[in-house]
Design a binder for this molecule. Structure first.
Ligand SMILES: Nc1ncnc2c1ncn2[C@@H]1O[C@H](COP(=O)(O)OP(=O)(O)OP(=O)(O)O)[C@@H](O)[C@H]1O
Length: 323
């Protein structure tokens, strides 16, 4: 399948008193056309930073982004702002965690979606409203025509997220970045919104990066998964194989900590290292059941093994020796 997005050495640093904090260091990640890729990890591991960096939505004075992210052949990170604006919202769109903050309270939702359409297409307001109504219907909002005239506060949380999704898909993007799209919603609405996203993804043939801390959810909707730990990808590969036989000790720990029926939760002992002072070797070393002396000093790179990439030489050597 054709590669749509290829990230290489993506770094995100935030300005802190006395220096910069490196929140993300993503060696490599590729997304094929029409593919759903999950970015998964605990809170603070850099998932949102990755999504925001791709669309250059981080404030320039407070955040610094490095590396490259080639989208359909052009590097999003070095593209002039005017050209990036042609891509952002039209060819790549993003859905955020909290629909309440994504929508402007003083405009009707119809106007907000119509405005998105008009930014990218030379159409009349009438035509843009017609498109807004069409996408409201597509995202399953009741009475789309009347919905156009509503304000965000007149909608439920789930309806607001549907409006945000409508705005994101109005221009039929090739890539949708969904950053914890259901975290702010109740569980019953969560399932509906995810089904909606999955349905739209298939119907529109768009690729999707689904950012989530919820492994179960990522396993259900994604074809590939990248597991992040303390700002780095520790394992990346096809979702089925990765969930069936996780290789990196962190992925194993994460999966073991997901409670199954009748099995108690097994938390991973220890805590994530402080990114202001990351340890010199592997960032998972202090919590790792397989730790060896070299792990404390050797910074692990992602190594290919069995169709996957894993940032743990101990595991990789073991798998290769057993193969
Ligand atoms: N504006 C900022 N200034 C300084 N540090 C920041 C800033 N934004 C994020 N960070 C730090 O960068 C790291 C990664 O944050 P990020 O929000 O990308 O993680 P996340 O995995 O998306 O977390 P969550 O699931 O809680 O949103 C965290 O350690 C966070 O404290």
């Amino acid at each position: 399948m054709a590669v749509l997005l290829e990230i290489e050495n993506l770094t995100v640093d935030y300005r802190m008193p006395g220096g910069w904090l490196r929140a993300l260091e993503m060696e490599h990640l590729a997304v094929d056309r029409g593919q759903v890729v999950g970015l998964v990890g605990e809170s603070g591991c850099g998932k949102s930073s990755a999504g925001l960096a791709l669309l250059r939505l981080l404030p320039p004075g407070l955040a610094r982004v490095g590396g490259s992210a080639r989208f359909a052949g052009v590097d999003l990170l070095s593209l002039p702002e005017a050209q990036l604006r042609q891509i952002r919202g039209r060819r790549i769109a993003m859905v955020f965690q909290d629909p309440a903050t994504a929508l402007n309270p003083v405009f009707t939702v119809g106007e907000q979606v119509a405005r998105v359409v008009r930014v990218h297409h030379r159409v009349s307001w009438r035509e843009a409203y017609r498109r807004a109504q069409e996408v409201f219907d597509l995202v399953g909002l009741p009475d789309p025509e009347a919905m156009l005239r509503r304000y965000p506060h007149q909608l439920s949380g789930g309806q607001r997220q549907r409006v945000a999704i409508a705005a994101a898909v109005a221009c039929e993007p090739e890539l949708l970045i969904a950053d914890e799209p259901t975290t702010a919603l109740d569980v019953t609405v969560e399932a509906q919104v995810l089904e909606l996203l999955a349905g739209l993804q298939q119907r529109l043939g768009m690729a999707m990066i689904l950012i989530s801390h919820d492994l179960e959810l990522v396993g259900r909707y994604c074809q590939r998964v990248a597991v992040l730990y303390a700002g780095r990808v520790v394992e990346e590969g096809a979702a089925g194989a990765l969930f069936e036989e996780p290789l990196h000790p962190y992925t194993r720990g994460l999966l073991a900590s997901v409670p199954e029926r009748g099995r108690p939760l097994q938390p991973i002992p220890g805590t994530v290292p402080d990114l202001r002072q990351p340890p010199p070797g592997c960032r998972f070393a202090s919590r790792c059941p397989l730790v060896q002396a070299e792990c404390q000093t050797r910074d692990p790179r992602l190594l290919p093994v069995g169709g996957r990439r894993v940032a743990c030489p101990v595991v990789v050597e073991g798998v290769r020796a057993g193969a």
